[in-house]
Design a protein around this ligand. Structure first.
Ligand code: UD1
Length: 415
């Protein structure tokens, strides 16, 4: 599947943001912790979410979609996670903690996901060991034992490991204290979900979280938070293509670092409680130097989108990638083929903004956000571009082409 984009059209209108897939995925894993039904509202049917539901169903869960809500019941499950799907999405690693806590046994293939770095899972496994798992790793990861409470220090505030350990500790009547936790909004949303299911959690949204779990948790109806990365994609798309766009249904407090960076870069950049209004009529300015960091720093998932938008900014930009080592190279070479003045040096990229990019008919998405970045670059380039391997983009964007078409982009999908 590929996108064909005829660039150079301004974007005008509203771009609505749905629920965050990075919030829905751990919430789906969380449904494993109870025999009751869990309803997750505000889910986009992106392929990562569909795959995660499929994995749960293959383990024995019952699920159905009601509009944009997933209804899931995990009364009877199997602890052996088959290899075919799990290889596909990294989020399947989230199932280790909940399945181990519930059954004292889980055996899973090592997770896949974006090709953006080595992506080890040692922090997950070290934490699970502290919570009682005897872990063996060969072709599969196997955790066995009886979950118990403990103090766990995470050597890095990993989003996924924090979520995994929160879920595991919540199905145990003893007290666990997690130190050096990730504080991303998606982690906070999961902490609140676990509280609604019956766990006691103190320090929500902070690096030190105390959990007093329960032997049984109950069902819940929750709502996924808006997708801050999708919101930023629409914002950067407007910078690339020019126009006057309202990004709606988002929560700008979840990307305040980005808002501070962009407020003086373009004609209008205003945030509201649930929207951003961005106008670009004249060439935008560079944001200056940016380094990716854990929340509330500049998100690594926004980095490829920022780089694409800075290719045509007035001024020089240096972007340093601190989280995923392979995230800069592939896209930078492709942006270069579009006329960008861009140099990669290790985990740092330097961009001298040029007035315009030119179209390229041979772009290739190599990962989810990198693929989206090529689409927005092509929106601003004169002429027709093609982005191949667009299935990577569908992992995290639901009908991106329709949302872009709706604001005036000339984009179509070809098989
Ligand atoms: C999550 C997001 C992903 C985002 C990332 C960082 C989901 C489904 N995915 O991924 O979109 O880019 O947070 O914000 O929510 N690390 C280890 N050992 C581990 C775990 C992580 O060394 O056991 C390293 C990673 O290689 C990486 C860093 O820690 O360098 C951060 O990774 P982590 O926060 O775990 O990202 P994910 O949860 O995989």
């Amino acid at each position: 599947m590929k996108f064909r984009i005829n660039g150079g059209k301004s974007l005008i209108g509203e771009m609505p943001v749905g629920g965050a897939k990075n919030c829905v995925l751990p919430m789906l894993a969380c449904s494993v912790l109870t025999e009751d039904t869990v309803i997750i509202e505000n889910c986009e049917k992106v392929s990562d979410v569909l795959d995660m539901v499929d994995i749960l169903v293959s383990l024995g869960a019952e699920s159905e979609w009601q509009g944009n809500s997933v209804v899931i019941n995990c009364r009877h499950l199997d602890g052996d996670i088959a290899c075919d799907k799990v290889g596909k999405i990294r989020a399947s690693v989230f199932l280790l903690g909940p399945l181990f806590a519930r059954y004292g046994y889980v055996n899973a293939c090592l997770p896949g996901g974006c090709a953006i770095g080595s992506r080890p899972i040692d922090i997950h496994l070290d934490g699970l060991r502290r919570l009682g798992a005897e872990v063996t790793v060969d072709d599969t990861v196997c955790c066995r034992g009886q979950v118990h409470g403990n103090d766990v220090y995470l050597r890095f505030p990993s989003v996924g490991a924090t979520e995994n350990l929160l879920m595991c500790a919540s199905l145990c009547e003893e007290t666990t204290v997690l130190y050096n936790c990730a504080c991303e909004p998606e982690v906070t949303a999961l902490e609140k979900m676990l509280v609604s299911m019956g766990a006691e959690i103190y320090g929500i949204g902070t690096p030190v979280v105390t959990i007093r779990g329960r032997k049984k948790l109950h069902g819940v109806r929750v709502r996924a938070i808006p997708d801050r990365i999708v919101a930023s994609t629409y914002i950067f798309a407007t910078l690339c293509a020019g126009g006057d766009v309202w990004v709606t249904g988002c929560n700008p407090r979840h990307f305040s670092r980005l808002n501070r960076m962009l407020k003086d870069c373009t004609d209008t950049y205003r945030t509201y409680s649930d929207a951003v209004h961005i106008v670009k009529k004249h060439r935008h300015k560079s944001t200056g130097n940016v380094i990716t960091a854990v929340y509330p720093g500049f998100a690594t998932d926004m980095q490829p989108l920022l780089v694409a938008a800075m290719c045509t900014a007035d001024g020089k930009t240096a972007v340093t990638e601190k989280l995923f080592e392979n995230r800069l190279k592939a896209n930078s070479l492709q942006l270069k083929s579009m006329g960008a003045d861009i140099t990669v040096n290790g985990n740092r990229v330097t961009i001298n903004g040029v007035a315009k990019l030119k179209a390229s008919d041979n772009l290739c998405a190599t990962d989810l956000r990198g693929g989206a970045a090529l689409v927005i670059a092509a929106l601003g380039a004169e002429g027709e571009s093609t982005v191949n391997n667009a299935h990577h983009i569908e992992r995290g964007y639901f009908r991106l082409q329709d949302i872009l078409k709706n604001v005036g982009a000339d984009i179509s999908v070809c098989e």
